[in-house]
Design a protein around this ligand. Sequence first.
Ligand code: ADP
Length: 513
Amino acid sequence: MGSLYLVGSKCFLNRIRPGLPNMARRAYTLDVCAELLRTQGFINGRWVSAASTFPVLDPATGKELVQVSDFGPREARDAVVAAHKAFHSWKCQTPKERSLLLRKWFDLVNQNKEDLAKLITAECGKPMKESLGEIAYSASFLEWFSEEARRVYGDIVSPAVKDRKILLLKQPVGVASIITPWNFPSAMITRKVAAALAVGCTVVVKPAEDTPLSALALAELAAQAGIPAGVVNVVPCSREKASAVGEVLCTDPLVAKVSFTGSTATGKILLKHAAETVKRVSMELGGHAPFIVFDSADVDKAVAGAMASKFRNSGQTCVCSNRFLVQQKIHDVFVEKLGRAMEAELRLGHGSDPATTQGPLINARAAEKVEHQIADAVSRGAVLLKGGKRLEGSFMQPTLLSSVTSDMLCMREETFGPLVPVMKFKTEEEALAIANASPVGLAGYFFSQDISQIWRVAEQLEVGMVGVNEGLISTAEASFGGVKQSGLGREGSKYGVDEYLEVKYVCIGGLAL
Ligand code: ADP
């Protein structure tokens, strides 16, 4: 088990790297500033303990890192009340004041990026390089929305009658409940919270049970930035309490808005809860991204794009490529080069080892799902070209399958793991039909050098985000979100603030003009 002890202002956490093949076991030390390693909840500007706690595990070893307060519906309600009280004064601060506070928060996240990244690696398992990348991405939303805060404009509209003026005002919706997943424990919070705060909303965050530490560290930095008590509240809880806490956050009459990122199944439950009191909702749900390589593609760029979009966070992102469709002439060379790149570039290990590119999956359940998809595909005729095995704990070998067909599980449901299933196709129409035959549509990627084809396919793919000759597309400046059952609403970009704003029509009549 990892041991935790305090030395001065530093907190040290020792863990043992799992004994993966060809890797020596060795102990190493993770040191994180004690102020950032919070284990209580944060309600109304105070750190609060719950009656019980739940363990946060290192996904690489399965060992306990720390115990965190396990809040229930009562504390969730306290947090909602605090956020509602704070809303009345926060919405009255000027956009410039809110902007400056968000900017300060951004500065503090940057100043503490190493420690924040260590927390992500500890609780989520991703390699340090990716954790640092996530912190930069997370901070970029604080920066972006600190800038957008001052650019929320209403309209003055020409009326059809002479004695009137028509004004369309933008106003904050109120308290927003923010329910987030474990795969981006920091960025999924700032992408929502920064937009909400920018326009004058207050928030109650329920982080994923696997990764509450990043959320709590962000709350600490929000307080240090001077964001007033009650504006940001964080209620961590165990999986057992998630549905009761979630119900409060999605049904309490004081909550105006629910923003969720997670699985489509959970999103549907929360939508039903929110319907009862007709709350505003944003849902960023599951994806099943097609990755199409056309004959005209630059094969090396396509391989680099596939590596980037598939193996980030060991395949555990909702925009990870999930279905690889490769046109017949380029098929063999693409598969061969991808296999070689996987061999050369991917290294399994603990996220804190600088050589690691592939950490563990979040838990055993996640690894079992990937194993099951591989077994199903092979039993239906897929050819296993690389990997295929589950190693110690929740580590999965990066896996390459060819001769994949549409009936296989991996082509019908999201994998969330390091599996590349490749299916051969003949025509553009066929590829589009396969890509679009999914009830979800978050991201899609394709590689082509044919400009007419680029336009045709970009327009016809039924997804919310398209990467053309590019495997990594997420950025604060662009809109993030999906179509079909991948969700509702958009985050980031100039549209991100709209999710937290109402448009109020004011008619001033009887004017003597
Ligand atoms: P996963 O299965 O990958 O954990 P989920 O969609 O279940 O994905 O989890 C995303 C977030 O939703 C987490 O914060 C989790 O605690 C939360 N969650 C899961 N079930 C519920 C529920 N019934 N009500 C509210 N929140 C939930």
